[in-house]
Design a binder for this molecule. Structure first.
Ligand code: ADP
Ligand code: 5GP
Length: 207
């Protein structure tokens, strides 16, 4: 695996509401970092902007883009389609940018299986507790309980994917978590994490 500082792919995944979108935005503020803005068929949240948070498109258009081979990866998540644009990612990475992805485990698998020439780093974010995750989802979804319930329903399955990632980090205090992520990204060599501690934390989250 090439150990480059520039031109890497960094993927953040997590159960919904753990904070990966917030973290991805924070990471992308660093020089030479850029977010992969995904396409989605989901409706925008009140504060989301087309072309900034996502490219919000119709199901038909999404299907046409799949047929044209425009996606580096794509997946159906919570009844909506999401995909990362091959063209947008390639353009930025060729300029030496580190691309940060906020994508799920299905997309992560697809990218991993491509064995691209770029350094790939996969990070799984965990919430400090299930209660805190619930609180964060309610806050974000402006008390739209139907969506909150749907996201919470996917929690256990989403959580089980942590074993597929290079690093697992708990997002309790946002700045602490961010610092840990940047340390992992900046390290050219793989640094290990306390797998046993994470395993215990996951067990607690499942209770
Ligand atoms: P995800 O992308 O994983 O679904 P978000 O980044 O949208 O999660 O975060 C969900 C909600 O939690 C947002 O309202 C966000 O502002 C908030 N949040 C994220 N990280 C923290 C944190 N460390 N402490 C408290 N609230 C947080
Ligand atoms: P949300 O609707 O909360 O923005 O995202 C829902 C889920 O879809 C999250 O797990 C998020 O990481 C994932 N997601 C967002 N964009 C993409 C994408 O382009 N590809 C894949 N596979 N998942 C994505």
């Amino acid at each position: 695996m090439p150990s480059l500082n520039k031109g890497s792919m960094i993927i953040l995944s997590s159960p919904s509401g753990a904070g990966k979108t917030t973290l991805v935005k924070k990471i992308s503020k660093n020089k030479n970092f850029s977010v992969s803005i995904s396409h989605t068929t989901r409706l925008p949240r009140p504060n989301e902007k087309n072309g900034k948070d996502y490219y919000f498109i119709s199901k038909n258009y999404f299907k046409r883009l799949i047929k044209k081979g425009e996606f580096l990866e794509h997946a159906k998540v919570f009844d909506n389609y999401y995909g990362s644009s091959k063209g947008l990612v390639t353009e930025k990475i060729k300029k030496g940018k580190n691309i940060v992805f906020d994508i799920d485990w299905q997309g992560t698998r697809q990218i991993r299986n491509k064995n691209l020439i770029y350094r790939l780093l996969t990070i799984f974010i965990l919430p400090p507790s299930k209660k805190e995750l619930y609180t964060r989802l309610i806050k974000r979804e402006k008390k739209n309980m139907k969506t909150v319930k749907k996201r919470m329903k996917g929690f256990t399955k989403d959580l089980s994917r942590w074993t597929e990632y290079d690093y697992v980090i708990i997002n309790d205090d946002l700045n602490n978590c961010y610092k840990k992520i940047m340390k992992v990204i900046r390290n050219k060599k793989k640094i290990s994490f306390d797998r046993e501690f994470i395993q215990k934390h996951v067990k607690k989250l499942l209770n």
